[in-house]
Design a protein around this ligand. Structure first.
Ligand code: HEC
Ligand SMILES: [Cu+2]
Length: 342
């Protein structure tokens, strides 16, 4: 009886061991693309600092609990044959004060840095010299605009390093949540409301983002990328995006594709500057400058692009783009055109 009890107690540690193994396994992978523990912006740094601070208090609490537990079991427990003592607990003023004020003190030490971080991030107006970016969440892709310019792009946000980025968040339909773990905390995108987020990215690179609020069938396929550029790279990118679309040389497959596009139902939903105006789907004026398509779930190459146009719903359940029955050379030319739109 006694042995079985002991064994059961031991197996109770198994979940703890599993959890620890999982955490350690997660730490081993160098630079995973969505890592909050490798902050790459000031906002992400604040959150990381808060995490470390709160964890330190947690460990302190753990230490107190373990010490109290050991004392209770080995020092203050009733021995065999010992008579039950009158309760000391409810008569010892110091003990009562300690366990009332102790937790209150620890809660205070956790809430002060938390509230400080919240206020640091909640600015009433954009910081000086900030780049304004307007994000519009759609089921199931992200639209990015740069107020004051003609730039409209999708799923891949370009920003310069070392400059405050003031992000305004709107939604075209339901609630979504904007989250780039390496660059900062989540912010919900709520119908009828504009939310803000700001940060200063400090390391050029490519960072992964993900919608973090369940928003329907393809919620998990609503991903995006943030490219933190050097100021020179960003200026070049901005200049190219503001220019009109590339005109394919006549006689090429791309030129044939351009004619197919201009006369297709694609124009009802997709804008290509000077060619079509549609707002249901991503702007395609410079689609060939993007590395991914369809909420960053597929590569932007002829193979994936073809598969996407052939049957969007098969690749992204619920996608708001219909299958239009294009195939053969027609589809090849259309894809050649899209891939020419640098
Ligand atoms: C009814 C509106 C509609 C029509 C018509 C339509 N699309 Fe789309 N398209 C969308 C939507 C919405 C998306 C975004 C889907 C997603 O990622 O969830 C999309 C995505 C795309 C993308 C990926 C863009 C990116 O950057 O992620 C391409 C390329 C594309 N469409 C091309 C076409 C072509 C070519 C046609 C015509 C054969 C077409 N679409 C017809 C609505 C439409
Ligand atoms: Cu979403």
């Amino acid at each position: 009886m006694r042995a079985r009890f002991a064994r059961r107690k031991f197996s109770g540690l198994a979940p703890l061991g599993l959890a620890l193994t999982a955490v350690l396994a997660g730490c081993q992978k160098a630079n995973p693309p969505m890592d909050t523990l490798a902050p790459k912006s000031d906002f992400a740094n604040w959150i990381y600092g808060l995490f470390v601070e709160v964890t330190a208090w947690d460990l302190f609490i753990l230490l107190i609990v373990v010490v109290a537990f050991v004392l209770a079991v080995f020092v203050f427990s009733r021995r065999d044959g010992e008579a039950e003592a009158a309760s000391t607990v409810h008569t010892d003023m110091r003990l009562e004060l300690a366990w009332t004020l102790g937790p209150a003190f620890i809660l205070l030490m956790i809430s002060i840095p938390t509230i400080r971080t919240i206020f640091r991030e909640e600015l009433p107006a954009p910081p000086a010299n900030s780049l304004k970016v307007s994000v519009i969440a759609h089921q199931w892709w992200w639209e990015f605009r740069y107020p004051g310019t003609s730039i409209v792009t999708a799923n891949e946000l370009h920003i310069p390093e070392h400059r405050p980025i003031w992000v305004s968040l709107r939604t075209a339909d339901v609630i979504h949540s904007f989250w780039v773990p390496a660059l900062g905390g989540k912010r919900d995108v709520i119908p009828g409301q504009i939310n803000h987020l700001w940060f200063i990215a400090n390391t050029p690179g490519e960072y992964y983002g993900q919608c973090a609020e369940f928003c329907g069938d393809s919620h998990a396929n609503m991903r995006f990328r943030v490219f933190v550029d050097t100021p020179e790279q960003f200026a070049a990118w901005e200049k190219n995006q503001e220019a009109g679309p590339v005109q394919p040389a006549s006689g090429t497959a791309a030129a044939k594709g351009a004619a197919i596009f201009a006369n297709s139902p694609c124009t009802a939903c997709h804008t290509i500057t000077g060619v079509s105006k549609g707002y249901i789907g991503p702007n395609l004026t410079h689609i060939a400058t993007r590395t991914t398509i369809a909420g960053a779930i597929m590569k932007n190459d002829p193979k994936d692009l073809k598969a996407w146009i052939e049957n969007p719903d098969a690749l992204k359940p619920g996608a708001n783009m219909p299958t239009l029955g294009l195939r053969g050379p027609e589809l090849d030319n259309l894809v050649a055109y899209l891939e020419s739109l640098k």
